[in-house]
Design a protein around this ligand. Structure first.
Ligand code: HEC
Ligand code: HEC
Ligand code: HEC
Ligand code: HEC
Length: 365
């Protein structure tokens, strides 16, 4: 290879590496909105071109035309209705049609039903959907600390797809063969994925924080570390930053949407969005542990991830990159079948305690 050719290929290599780098960045100009007090530098940066390109994804479909609430209830008329028993027959069928549009527009009713016997529950999609209807009723009735009365319908997560495009599987540990090849145990790091917005932070934050109840508090409250009391490792800190990258990306936010970055841990100067997100973390745990995971055992293998687990929910499953899913459209208000009765024993503290800092003070104000 001639020297000149070598130089040229090096130059081309450097140029394409440079381009790859630049393509990963966003072109200015961007929009900036001040979120905090003047001087705190709490500004939210958004890219209007990205927003415009994704606009369709965020428009909620129109509700189906209203129907009569009179006449016998679905539970009296049909053979195998267990959850939507109190709906009138027209309202029941209206919801069936909308569920089809939201989850299985390609296949239609037979995605969940045996076309010869609508009362049959042979298809696994039927069982999953029954659980999903109950999950909707539950989450809309109990998690207003996160969702106010906006709530969710099947469309919020599914957006016309059989499986929500945004979901996650557990990460596999580095296998024996990787260690044997001398590649070392990467401790779940240094392999960028969209789980951590392509940073090299640990990839197992969802397993720890959105399924598990690991503590996200990583900031000490003394100037020098008091090692007797504070046993947070660098790994813990990095994992929590990984989740923060996801939360930012999934909700189209910057760190400053939720934090005064001068002191990330304190609550008094954190915008309201942070407290809403605190509940969002607990709600996501609740959905994954109590509603999605129980479906795993009866699930077809083709739907399971690399470690044999079911696809689960993260912030993006509802938000799809927007601060308000579907621009805040209160779709569920048009579907009484998807709003349940509040659970008397409901207590968000069962999904992670308050810790010792200001959120408690803030709540008791
Ligand atoms: C995404 C899954 C899904 C789709 C698509 C779907 N259904 Fe259903 N359907 C269900 C579930 C789950 C039940 C049971 C509800 C319950 O237990 O409250 C049910 C129950 C029924 C029943 C009661 C049958 C009986 O006798 O027990 C009828 C009738 C019905 N659906 C009609 C339809 C029609 C018509 C369509 C298409 C327009 C449709 N469904 C599309 C999931 C679905
Ligand atoms: C909070 C988000 C969320 C909402 C709301 C939601 N789903 Fe799902 N749904 C999921 C996730 C995550 C999965 C993937 C789990 C799995 O493999 O079954 C899923 C899977 C399914 C599947 C299995 C599809 C397949 O091909 O394997 C069906 C059917 C389904 N949902 C129906 C519904 C219906 C009907 C509603 C509304 C009553 C609904 N979902 C509401 C998150 C949601
Ligand atoms: C959508 C809101 C939101 C965004 C965006 C966000 N955070 Fe957070 N952050 C939170 C919440 C909520 C907690 C508390 C979690 C808990 O206690 O369970 C938290 C906790 C933290 C903590 C731990 C504080 C302590 O008490 O030890 C750090 C550090 C942190 N975030 C950094 C960041 C960084 C850096 C970014 C940007 C990459 C970011 N956050 C983006 C909501 C957010
Ligand atoms: C089951 C669906 C769902 C999941 C999962 C979810 N959210 Fe939300 N979130 C909503 C809905 C719906 C709203 C709108 C509430 C309203 O209209 O006031 C919302 C509102 C918010 C807001 C307030 C935005 C504003 O401008 O007022 C923030 C911040 C937020 N979510 C962050 C998160 C974070 C972070 C996670 C993951 C830890 C998360 N959400 C998970 C459904 C969800």
């Amino acid at each position: 290879m001639s020297k000149m050719y070598l130089n040229r290929s090096l130059a081309v290599g450097a140029l394409s590496a440079g381009l790859a780098f630049v393509v990963g960045c966003e072109r200015p100009p961007v929009d900036t909105e001040q979120k905090g007090y003047r001087g705190t530098g709490m500004e939210e940066v958004t890219n209007p071109r990205i927003k415009e390109a994704e606009a369709d994804l965020h428009i909620a479909p129109d509700p189906a035309d209203p129907v009569s609430d009179e006449g016998p209830r679905a539970g009296e008329v049909y053979q195998n209705v267990e959850v939507l028993t109190d709906l009138s027959v027209p309202e029941f069928l209206r919801l069936m049609q909308s569920m089809t549009d939201w989850v299985a527009p390609d296949v239609g009713c037979t995605y969940c039903h045996d076309g010869n016997d609508f009362a049959s529950d042979d298809l696994y999609t039927y069982d999953v959907s029954r659980q999903m209807i109950e999950m909707n009723q539950y989450v809309n009735a109990n998690w207003e600390t996160h969702m106010d009365d906006t709530g969710v319908t099947c469309y919020t997560c599914h957006r016309g797809e059989n499986l929500p495009e945004e979901s996650w599987f557990a990460e596999a540990e580095a296998g024996e063969e990787v260690l044997a090849m001398g590649l070392g145990n990467r401790m779940m790091q240094n392999k960028p994925t969209d789980k951590v917005s392509w940073s090299s932070l640990p990839r197992n934050g969802f397993d720890r924080f959105l399924l598990g109840h690991d503590d996200l508090r990583v900031e000490g409250d003394t100037i020098l570390p008091n090692l007797d009391e504070w046993d947070v490792s660098i790994q813990d800190t990095e994992a929590s930053y990984g989740l923060m990258m996801h939360m930012s990306d999934a909700t189209g936010s910057n760190c400053t949407t939720c934090h005064n970055t001068g002191r990330l841990g304190q609550w008094d100067e954190s915008p309201e969005e942070r407290e809403i997100s605190w509940h969002g973390i607990r709600m996501t745990r609740d959905l994954n542990v109590n509603w999605i995971e129980p479906l795993e055992a009866d699930h077809p293998e083709a739907r399971l991830g690399p470690t044999g687990d079911i696809a689960k929910v993260n912030c993006a499953t509802c938000h799809y990159g927007e601060q308000l899913p579907l621009e805040g459209t209160k779709m569920v208000q048009d579907y009484p079948g998807l709003i349940g009765e509040p659970d008397e024993d409901f207590d968000f503290l069962q999904f992670g305690d308050l810790g010792t800092d200001g959120l408690r003070d803030r709540n008791s104000e």
